[in-house]
Each structure stands twice: as structure tokens, then as C-alpha cells.
Design a protein around this ligand. Structure first.
Ligand SMILES: Cc1cc2nc3c(=O)[nH]c(=O)nc-3n(C[C@H](O)[C@H](O)[C@H](O)COP(=O)(O)O)c2cc1C
Length: 382
């Protein structure tokens, strides 16, 4: 059924069809019983594959990546797709319109998207009002960023302001320093800049945990376009400052395998299938350095359970999808969770973490692949 709907939606410009789909969904949710109907049609019998990461309990490890629900408007419908968690945002301190349209492009043959949205969002104040009205059907991460017109030297002030705003309602906060569509943002990944930012965020987190009596984990979202030296520096700082997780990765400015495709010449970040291997490679390199001391959320080109498994074995503890939702539809969320649960059962292990560990050992039979300490306590079952 989604194939038919997709054929219609893909006749429209990418951003228009996005807004149309979610506006219709919101309208549909005004009807009584809409949630139950969505669950009956899409989620059916939800797969239970519990995982504990960053001290949070997830009913399954498949989450929604940031950028799709930028303003915390669709929490209920999205949770009914069967996600284990949702990452909302990116939200900035003040509202901003983002880049001129068109700014989102489909590459259907490659199951990919290019976007240069530029953090279009309603700003932290309205975001919070929306979020408070949504309830909490599953763990909710809030992805935070800086406003386009905030100079890089004052970027930390923006992150601290939004961290303060969303702290009370978020289950975790993701610090986005990796979008290619805000000039200079990715320079925050440079060692000296990152050191200052991470220190400021950890100090603020400690003060907020004290104020509210609740510790909210903070994850760092990184780009796939990093060399080994940069990965090493990020891993060192994340360990030193005891960050709670790393999200790898955001979209890429590279065009892997797309050199001859005229559509790929659009500027912006590339997501979906062409990003898959690059993102997995970053996760692998990061895991080599973190060794499970800091959990990794793996994202980039995951289309099915096989891809999700690859990310987990490379070092991830949780996974996220965005582009595959556009190409495959909402049923794909549970298809991935189900496929992972089947892998756990076939492995003979009791938990996802054990099955993943077994697979890591089989691939890299060295002492370096010992138990991850992400708190990845997972149990299989459907
Ligand atoms: C249209 C679009 C908008 C996005 N906006 C954001 C964003 O606001 N913040 C962010 O951290 N990542 C954003 N992303 C990146 C995704 O969260 C994800 O990291 C990336 O798309 C790779 O995953 P995928 O291949 O499953 O799409 C966006 C991606 C797309 C396609």
C-alpha cells in the first residue's frame, strides 16, 4: 500500500510531500481511535527487543533520526510506527526559516536524499510548548543546535540556552555539531573548539541535574566526513569529559558513487543508501577507540534489519533511520526490529547485546572486542 502512496507523493516536490503527509497524519489523529488504527495497520504485534543504553530503557533499538520532526509536532503518530525512541529537532534558541526552497531533493535510484534545510524550526520556546502537549509514548531525545546568525565564538551560549530550555522534558539531548547546512557549524568538531563546548555542556548538565534532581544524558552527533585524526580527537574528548553517547553520523558532503549523477550536484548533506558504508566505517573506527566505554547510536543509510545489524556489529548500541522511512514507509520500522529479534533468536543468545558481541568476536577474534559497557542489557522476544 505504501508503494502506491509513495508513487503519488513522489510526484510532488520532496518538502511539499513531507508536509502534506504529516499534515494529513495530524488531521487523521484528531479522529477518535486513530492511534489504535495506526497501530493495527502498521505496527501489528510490536516486537519487544528491550535495550538499556545511557541508563534509559528502550522497547526496541530502532529510533527515528533527527530532522523529520523538527518542531515536536508528530510524537504520537511517529511512536505508533513502532519506534523504540524518537529524536526531535534540531531546535535552535530562536525561530529561523532555514534556507530558501527548494532545499530537499530525492535521488530515487539510489534511495537517497540531499537536503540543505538549514535548521528551519520554530525555536526553543514554541518547541517546548509543542513537546509538553505531546505526552511521552517512548523515550524522546531532543537534538539542539545554534542559530545561523550566532557567531561561532558564541555557539556555546546557544547550546547552553537550548539545553536549559529542554532539559526538564527531554530523555536525552543530542548536540548537533555536524550539519553541513549551517556555515561553520562543523568547525565545532575541531579539537580546540570541541574541548570548550564539551566542558561547558558538562558543567551545565551537572548544574541542571542538581537543580531538577534528574540526570539527562547528552550525546554528541558527529559528521561522516572526518579523518582518523579527527575521530581520535573526538573519542579522546568524549572519554575525558564523560559524554553519555556519540551519534554517528549526520549526512555527508561527499557524493560516494554519485560522481556522474547530475542530481547529486545539489549542495547539501547526502543521506540514505550511498551514506551507508561511510557511516558504518566511522562507527567502527570510533568503537575501536571507545571500546564500549561510551555508547554509540548508529545512523546513516539503514534500510533493513541487515543494515541495522551491520551498524550494531560495527559498534553501535542503538540505531536510527530517516531516509528509509521516506522510501520504504512506516512498516519498515517494525520490519527492522523484527529482523533484529530473529537474529538474536537464531544466535541462541538471550539478549541483543550478547548476540552482537558474539558476532563481533567472530569477525574480530582479538581481545579488543570484549564486552561493551553501554549498559546494553537487551532481551530478545517478539
Ligand atoms: C531532510 C533531512 C533533514 C535532516 N535534518 C536534521 C537535523 O535537523 N538535525 C540532525 O541532527 N540531523 C538531520 N538530518 C540527518 C539525519 O538525522 C541522519 O543523521 C541522516 O539523514 C542519516 O540517516 P539516514 O541515511 O537514515 O537518513 C536530516 C536528514 C534529512 C534527510
Amino acid at each position: 500500500m505504501y508503494k502506491l502512496l509513495r508513487a503519488l507523493l513522489f510526484r510532488l516536490d520532496a518538502e511539499t510531500s513531507h508536509h502534506l503527509t504529516f499534515s494529513l497524519l495530524r488531521f487523521f489523529y484528531l479522529l477518535p481511535g486513530a492511534g489504535a488504527m495506526t497501530r493495527a495497520l502498521i505496527t501489528r504485534r510490536p516486537t519487544t527487543l528491550p535495550v538499556t543504553v545511557m541508563g534509559l530503557n528502550f522497547s526496541n533499538p530502532v529510533g527515528l533520526a533527527a530532522g523529520l520532526d523538527k518542531n515536536a509536532e508528530y510524537v504520537q503518530p511517529l511512536s505508533n510506527f513502532g519506534f523504540g525512541f524518537l529524536e526531535l529537532g534540531t531546535v535552535t534558541p530562536r525561530p529561523q526559516p532555514g534556507n530558501p526552497k527548494p532545499r530537499m531533493f530525492r535521488l530515487p535510484r539510489q534511495a537517497a536524499l540531499i537536503n540543505r534545510m538549514g535548521f528551519n524550526n520554530v525555536g526553543a520556546g514554541k518547541f517546548l510548548v509543542n513537546l509538553a502537549a505531546q505526552g511521552k509514548p517512548c523515550p524522546l531525545g531532543v537534538n539542539i543546535g545554534k542559530n545561523r546568525d550566532t557567531p561561532l565564538e558564541q555557539a556555546a551560549d546557544d547550546y547552553l540556552a537550548v539545553l536549559n530550555s529542554v532539559y526538564r522534558l527531554a530523555d536525552y539531548v543530542a548536540v548537533n555539531i555536524s550539519s553541513p547546512n549551517t556555515t561553520g557549524l562543523r568547525d565545532l568538531q575541531q579539537e580546540e573548539n570541541l574541548e570548550v563546548l564539551l566542558r561547558a555542556l558538562k558543567n551545565e548538565q551537572a548544574a541542571l541535574a542538581n537543580k531538577y534532581g534528574r540526570y539527562v544524558p547528552i550525546a554528541l552527533k558527529i559528521a561522516p566526513d572526518l579523518d582518523d585524526t579527527q575521530i581520535a580527537a573526538i573519542a579522546r574528548l568524549v572519554l575525558e569529559h564523560k559524554f553519555d553517547a556519540v551519534i554517528a553520523t549526520n549526512t555527508t558532503i561527499a557524493r560516494p558513487g554519485l560522481a556522474d549523477d547530475p542530481r547529486a550536484r545539489q549542495s547539501g548533506g547526502l543521506s540514505g543508501r550511498p551514506l551507508k558504508m561511510q557511516a558504518t566505517e566511522i562507527i567502527r573506527k570510533l568503537y575501536d577507540r571507545l571500546q564500549g566505554a561510551v555508547p554509540i547510536i548508529g545512523v546513516g543509510g539503514i534500510e533493513n534489519a541487515e543494515d541495522a545489524w551491520e551498524k550494531l556489529v560495527a559498534g553501535a548500541d542503538l540505531v536510527q533511520i530517516y531516509t528509509a522511512l521516506i522510501y520504504e514507509g512506516p512498516c519498515q520500522v517494525q520490519a527492522i526490529a523484527r529482523g533484529l529479534a530473529e537474529r538474536v533468536r537464531a544466535s541462541g543468545c538471550a539478549t541483543l547485546a550478547e548476540a552482537v558481541q558474539q558476532s563481533r568476536r567472530a569477525r574480530h577474534p582479538s581481545p579488543a572486542t570484549e564486552t561493551p559497557s553501554s549498559g546494553g542489557d537487551a532481551t530478545a522476544g517478539s
